[in-house]
Design a protein around this ligand. Sequence first.
Ligand code: IMP
Length: 357
Amino acid sequence: MSREIISVDVVYGADYGDGGKGKVSSYLSSFKSKAAKIFGADDKHYNFVARWGGGQNAGHTVFVGGKKYKTHMVPSGVFHGVTSLIGPGCVVNLELLKEEFSYLRESGFDPNLIKISPSTHIVTAEHIDEDRKNLAKKLGTTSKGIAPAYSDKYARTGIQFKDVAALDSFWKKHLFDGRLYGNILCEGAQGFFLDINWGNYPYVTSSETLPYAACSIGFSPKKIKNIYAVAKIYDTRSGEDPDFPETLFDNPELLSIADAGQEYGTTTGRRRKVNYLNLDRLIFALNTAGGNHLIISKCDILEAVNIYKLFYKNDLLTFESIDLMKNFILARLSVECPELERIYYSSSTDVVEGLTI
Ligand code: IMP
């Protein structure tokens, strides 16, 4: 096999996070390579699955073989035997990562597949203390030390992973000292409206969540072939945000969606605020960040509660059925998002119905 990079696909959230990126990345990671399909082998299509930003603030829920797994830092390739890279744009708490390794090992997965870039930054106990004391209440952060760790990184006072790996034989084994090659899947964290440049500042996270930032993993933007944007069919928000006021908790319809969708943060356990899908914002995210595929997940939740509403051009529109709502979204996006080639409506926890590579 060629040791060059062949192509790159990117999965990102076109929302406020929690839209199902973990499911999409895991599903894509599970695809076999063409040769493996012909010869009955198990080699996967992707040679690497890599995270480009954020840290343990992320919460990915992934179903593999009918079982549910919750992770925070490790890319989903690890569930399918694919080398999984934590990229240089991430910040990582090594103690929590060790816990994730134990969890993976106990669940029958191989943590040795996890590699960490030399210049990934380390989240320290001091970063977590500062986040808890100064930011958690004010901004509703996840208290994982993210903003203080990125502050140190950009002030050029941080600690990089290579400094730890030089002194510690356990971590040395996880240092990524090779080169990327083959097919790469980039797994986003958080979502468009939490991005440091595009979100509702300061109610954002401290990293770049748009697909352009995936290139920080180490490839030319020209290598990107597919951009998979992911969002739910209703909006959710964990943490503070004036665009998601507390009064949303007073709306019984929205509460019923929240209950049916089990809308609690994977990292914090906090109840997420729920609102009807804002199609104007989704269109803006797609046209700003890109995306030739869009996966709209949790369609079954609206069916369970029989509520089909969305905001479009600042009006709240109501539909008689999920099919009418889906057709409306499809019709608007096919006109307003010229880059988009295909929309997938998903109601499954582990597959994206109709998506193949
Ligand atoms: P931080 O990233 O912990 O600093 O939190 C900043 C904001 O981003 C808060 O509103 C968090 O709730 C939100 N946030 C961070 N990571 C995630 C995520 O993975 N899903 C949803 N919200 C997140």
